[in-house]
Write a protein that binds this ligand. Structure first.
Ligand code: AKG
Length: 297
């Protein structure tokens, strides 16, 4: 569904101004949007995964570890595909408070694509270099958006998500390096064409929500504070946006309709999209391992 048709429908939870701003700028920040009750439930489950990580000495298909991880000092980069590992995460993405937000931005019919929990641990939790998401999971059109939940208060020192307003209307960048290796970020030379000086660092209290379109250039700095920055992210796509490539892991929930009816017609956007390498059978691969050129687990 085109943005003008989405905007013509009455909104459920956002103001019309917020929706227009999303389509104009390619992102939205909803401060303190998710309730303490949801946060407490998500924290309880997530703490269980942090405890489990103490048993690991290397990353596996579920838990991606920071190089400095140890049993005494657990440092997780990411819980991969959380909806596969605990039903609470699926409840959150399928029935939680962001479902109405997604309907306001993607239209009445949309699907789940995938989720992840990026921990960005304290005292050096890693940078995520500037990139666009859609080259990781190309679809037939660009009505695909990532929804992030800050599980803790996030300030400027903690490596908040940074977005470049309006960049979703610009070029789709090459995310391979000069040796044709997929690195999942935009090269320094191409970044000269990105208006990095316009970056908006999205900060806010626990429960704040970031939304960015799949073409929006975004990234985040290392977390040099003494506080962690857990960001629970998931992606929805409009029902008429069909994925073109398989993910590294086939999950139970990918493609599940969250609202509305299955599409009868597929929508094609004529802007070409770069394809990622075939990642099937590499379940532990993450944006961190690609950007840091680490061998896959
Ligand atoms: O965790 C972040 O700051 C950004 C996450 C992100 O862009 C990603 O995982 O694709």
């Amino acid at each position: 569904m085109k943005s003008e048709h989405i905007l013509a429908r009455p909104p459920l939870v956002l103001s019309q101004e917020q929706r227009e701003s999303y389509f104009e700028n390619g992102y939205l920040l909803l401060e303190g949007f998710v309730s303490r009750e949801w946060l407490d439930r998500i924290w309880e489950v997530s703490n269980g995964f942090i405890e489990r990580s103490r048993e690991l000495t290397r990353s596996d298909a579920m838990l991606a570890l920071d190089p400095a991880h140890s049993a005494d000092n657990p440092r997780l980069r990411r819980l991969i595909d959380p909806t596969e590992h605990h039903p609470l995460y699926w409840d959150y993405v399928s029935q939680g408070p962001l479902v109405d937000v997604a309907e306001d931005l993607l239209g009445p019919a949309f699907k789940f694509h995938h989720s992840k929990l990026n921990f960005k641990w304290s005292s050096g939790g890693e940078e995520i270099k500037w990139h666009q998401d859609i080259q990781f999971y190309p679809h037939t059109n660009y009505a695909v958006a990532a929804f992030g939940l800050y599980m803790s208060d996030v300030d400027d020192e903690m490596g908040p998500m940074g977005v470049i307003p309006g960049s979703h209307k610009g070029e789709i960048h090459d995310q391979y390096d000069e040796h044709d290796q997929w690195v999942g970020h935009i090269s320094d030379s191409a970044l000269e064409r990105v208006e990095l000086d316009k970056v908006k660092w999205l900060t806010g209290p626990a429960g704040s929500v970031t939304v960015h379109n799949c073409r929006t250039v975004h990234g985040s700095l290392p977390n040099m504070s003494d506080r962690g920055r857990p960001l629970l992210l998931h992606t929805y796509s409009a029902a008429d946006a069909l994925p073109l490539t398989p993910r590294a892991t086939q999950t139970r929930h990918e493609g599940r309709l969250i609202r509305g009816a299955p599409a009868r017609w597929v929508e094609f956007d004529s802007d070409p999209c770069q394809l990622p390498p075939d990642r099937t059978n590499q379940p532990g691969v993450t944006i961190f391992s690609s950007q840091n050129r680490e061998p896959s687990v």
